[in-house]
Design a protein around this ligand. Structure first.
Ligand code: SAM
Length: 465
């Protein structure tokens, strides 16, 4: 059994934050020059970027983050949707409507309901899901989660299938992580909520999640069980956000040192109103400008880690953050158990929190194209076994565009043919034609062109490199 380890040094982070208040312009300018050259930054440099309030520095932070984003991710934006399986929960988390003390009619999906939800998600064009559940060993044991994953992977549609199931369930045992690994999950996602132990303790009032160290060491157990694809995050609004950004970086380095692979993704959820809590009770809410600066600083600090933004954020904010570092977004989401079929039937629901971007998936995808992005439904790395350090070494080689761009273009073409009307198809094809010449490897470029033509004319599909 793994010994629980506290790799978050509270005094060290506080000292970084204190010293950063007095950081000179030279530290910030030098840090941004280093980032622009593709060099990694030291903790004190990231802290100085986070704390600066100088508008000239902040504009340069945005510009640098935008450049890094373009250099590493090109125009690709990966699409996904959450699927809530169960809202039974034994924890009392002050911010969450699934809070054990909050009374509402709880439920979990039957396998038929899982199929009904997945069918709706498939009709929106999704190929990648993140399953979500509260923590309840009685109502929602690991076997139930495994059965849901199996049910999802077994479903086949005319337009394909869900090709990757990411999992966002409570911290669990090494043995359970092994079962999730065997069930062929994509990324195991878990938010630390906050790295500040005192703030963590006041937000988590009772239940297994109250154990800070058990939660903090979850990815160590997952890695020990063979899950080399993990995604971190904090819930911005619970504590000093700058403390939490440094906590994320230190956690990432801990995993890199110990397992040779850090976070595959970092999510940046921000606290939202929810039933059973009052958002005004949280003194550390993060305003829009600070949030944008945080996203940009994260992009600069961990250039190769995907960054996920959910529909917690409003349309305009999502648009802005896509320019500053976000590489993956959800679309068409609901945050309640049975939310997709209930929405269709106009039934009342209890969401985990209120979403802020309730546009349909296709209108979000369509706008991404208008803004020059390539919405990608690619799941190739996972399917081709390119996870963990194999993914990271590809990302760091600078050749990722040779793989991700063709896959993004081929999956977008598939999406357009399966779900788009004539205007959408035309729009998608025009961005595809514009992007193909950017593929550096001549052979891959030619193959991509041929595959796109096959997909467009209905002679083939599901290609990836
Ligand atoms: N039960 C699992 C766990 O404990 O990690 C899965 C968590 S839940 C389904 C996904 C995430 O939603 C939580 O980790 C939390 O960060 C976030 N969340 C909960 N309440 C929220 C709120 N009011 N606003 C925004 N995000 C919230």
């Amino acid at each position: 059994m793994l010994e629980l380890e506290n790799f978050i040094d509270h005094d060290y982070i506080n000292k970084l934050l204190k010293d950063a208040k007095n950081a000179g312009d030279d530290v910030i300018i030098n840090a941004l020059d280093k980032a622009q050259r593709g060099e990694s930054l030291l903790h004190n440099e990231v802290a100085a970027l986070l704390l600066t309030e100088n508008s000239l520095h902040i504009s340069r932070i945005f510009e640098t983050a935008g450049n890094i984003k373009k250099r590493i991710y090109g125009s690709r934006i990966v699409m996904f949707a959450p699927l809530y399986l169960s809202d039974y929960c034994v924890n009392r988390c002050a911010y969450c409507s699934f809070n054990h003390n909050h009374e509402f009619p709880r439920s979990k999906l039957t396998m038929d309901e899982v199929r009904e939800e997945v069918k709706i998600l498939e009709m929106m064009g999704h190929k990648r899901l993140a399953i979500e559940a509260g923590e309840h060993d009685g109502e929602c044991p690991i076997d139930y989660i495994l059965e849901c994953i199996k049910t999802i992977y077994e479903m086949k549609f005319e337009n394909g299938e869900i090709r990757r199931v990411n999992v966002n369930i409570a911290a669990t045992t090494t043995e359970n992580y092994r079962k999730l690994k065997d069930a062929r999950i994509g990324t195991y996602i878990l938010f630390q909520e906050t790295y500040n132990e005192a703030a963590y303790n006041s937000a988590h009032l009772s239940g297994p999640k109250k154990d800070y160290l058990w939660h903090l060491n979850a990815f160590d157990r997952a890695q020990d069980a063979g899950i080399d694809d993990v995604g971190g995050g904090v819930l911005f609004g619970l504590a000093d956000p700058y403390y939490d950004v440094l906590g994320l970086l230190i956690h990432n380095e801990h995993l890199e040192k110990k397992y040779n692979t850090g976070f595959h993704t970092i999510s940046v959820p921000r606290l939202r109103p929810a039933a059973g809590m009052n958002i005004n009770d949280f003194p550390n809410l993060v305003d829009d400008d600070t949030f944008a600066k945080i996203v940009a600083c994260l992009r600069i600090a961990v250039p190769f880690t995907g960054m996920i933004l959910s529909t917690r954020e409003a349309h305009e904010m999502r648009k802005k953050l896509l320019q500053l570092g976000i590489s993956q977004i959800s679309a068409g989401s609901t945050t309640e158990v049975g939310g997709y079929f209930k929405k269709k039937r106009n039934e009342k629901t209890t969401p985990q929190f209120l979403v802020n971007d309730d546009r349909s998936a296709i209108s979000i995808i369509s706008e991404l194209i208008d803004d020059g992005f390539i919405p990608s439904f690619c799941t190739a790395c996972y399917r081709g076994g390119r996870t963990g350090d194999r993914f990271m070494s590809l990302a760091k080689s600078g050749k990722i565009g040779n793989v991700c761009t063709p896959n993004a273009l081929m999956t977008l073409c598939e999406y357009a043919m399966d779900y788009g009307d004539d205007t959408f198809k035309e729009k998608a094809m025009s961005i595809i034609k514009k992007e193909i010449p950017q593929i550096a490897d001549g052979q891959i470029k030619k193959k991509t062109e041929e595959n796109i033509e096959m997909i467009r004319t209905g002679k083939g599909r599901d290609f990836y490199v």
